[in-house]
Design a protein around this ligand. Structure first.
Ligand code: PLP
Length: 384
């Protein structure tokens, strides 16, 4: 099987399985497509939580990307990658003093989610802020991907967000308002609704420099239909023009999602109760999305012939360690199985659960490949 012109079995021979592949050319293409579509003053502040591979974020920085980071380590990584501080946003519902101090030290903008956080930021000398608005409407492909509904922990209701930003005016650089309504959104409606709330806040505040619309732009995951990028850009840039604001877009998944592949090997095939299980050497510790969100990824195999129903699962001792039911041509023990569209929230959510080492990561670029991250040496991790 070939991915981005590379023979996958060659990569596996060298680095083993499970291994993540990251198609850097595809990432570049995705970033530039989004950048070109946004025909107004904007910053794409790539969401590091989607995939924080250092070479990846440095490449994006070289293309002009900013950074949305969830922690002080994220600030350090953006700084290392050469992202200018005015293009970095630290945002999260509960940043530590250490996180805020790191943001203050590099002079990045913090999107405040509470009045107490504003006091904590003042204590560590931070001066550049937005306020995260929870517009009371949520969107996303799964309840856990909704980050702005009435019952969520994120941000502040519009009126409180307005008073907080007003209270900081004169003391800090009050750059503007921020929202992130959810993830894996495939239509423009949630963005239109969020913009309506933000527009009113900007007018009441008397104008701002920045409107940060968060991320959330979805990818097809093998289903039909692309994210309506043209329509999105028109709406966003319409607001930019009308309100005279610089737009921040914190896209993660749209930029890296379809550039990632997880290569696994079939350890065992067994039939139980008339159902066929394909048991891989990659599990929920390597790729959590199916267990966490019920996400279903495209599966690619080399075999050909008539399809049969199979259940695909991993080696972890949890029933949730299950990738789903698929129709596939006959797969045999020892075959390679590729789980596609795992560039976002794949490796970045990987863990060592069940005493399993973190997988290797290999970059594909310009028809060649190179190791970005060695498979973890678990003996060394445990015994030193
Ligand atoms: C504040 C914030 N911005 C941006 C993102 C990136 O979202 P996506 O990968 O859906 O674009 C997230 C993801 O959870 C987020 O919490």
């Amino acid at each position: 099987m070939r991915i981005a012109g590379i023979d996958v079995s060659e990569v596996v021979e060298e680095f083993g399985t499970p291994t993540y592949l990251l198609d850097m050319d595809r990432v570049r293409e995705n970033f530039l497509r989004l950048d070109k579509a946004l025909n107004c003053p904007h910053t794409i502040a790539y969401a590091y939580k989607a995939n924080h591979e250092p070479e990846l974020v440095r490449m994006l920085s070289s293309l002009g990307s900013g950074a949305t980071v969830p922690s002080g380590y994220g600030v350090m990584l953006a700084r290392w990658a050469g992202v200018p501080p005015e293009k970095v946003v630290l945002v999260g519902p509960s940043p530590s003093r250490g996180d805020l101090a790191e943001a203050a030290d590099y002079g990045v903008t913090v999107s405040l989610e509470s009045e107490s956080e504003a006091r904590a930021l003042r204590d560590v000398g931070g001066t550049s802020v937005m306020v995260r608005v929870n517009p009371g409407l949520g969107a996303g492909a799964h309840p856990s991907l909704v980050t702005a509904g009435p019952g969520t922990k994120f941000g502040l209701p519009p009126e409180r967000a307005l008073s907080l930003l007003r209270s900081l005016k004169g003391e800090m650089n009050t750059r503007g308002f921020h929202t992130h309504v959810g993830s894996q959104i495939m239509s423009v409606e949630p963005f239109i609704s969020a913009l309506e709330v933000l527009r009113s806040l900007v007018e009441q505040f008397g104008g701002v420099e920045v409107l940060d619309l968060g991320g959330g732009l979805g990818i097809p995951y093998g289903g039909s239909g692309e994210f309506p990028l043209g329509e999105y850009a028109e709406i966003v840039c319409g607001a930019s023009k009308e309100l005279g604001v610089h737009i921040f877009v914190e896209s993660g998944r749209y930029i890296v999602g379809d550039a990632g592949y997880l290569i696994a090997r079939v350890n065992y095939v067994k039939e139980v109760g008339g159902r066929k299980w394909i048991l891989l050497d990659a599990g929920m510790n390597d790729l959590l999305r199916p267990a966490l969100y019920g996400a279903k990824h495209r599966i690619l195999v080399d075999s050909e012939g008539p399809e049969e129903k199979v259940l695909i699962a991993g080696p972890v001792c949890e029933s949730a360690d299950f990738f789903g039911e698929y129709d596939l041509p006959r797969v045999r023990e020892g075959d390679l199985v590729v789980i596609a569209d795992v560039g976002a929230y794949g490796f970045s959510m990987a863990s060592r659960y069940n005493l399993r080492p973190l997988p290797a990561v290999v970059a594909l670029e310009g028809g060649g490949y190179r190791l970005l991250r060695e498979r973890e040496n678990f003996g060394r991790a445990i015994f030193g």
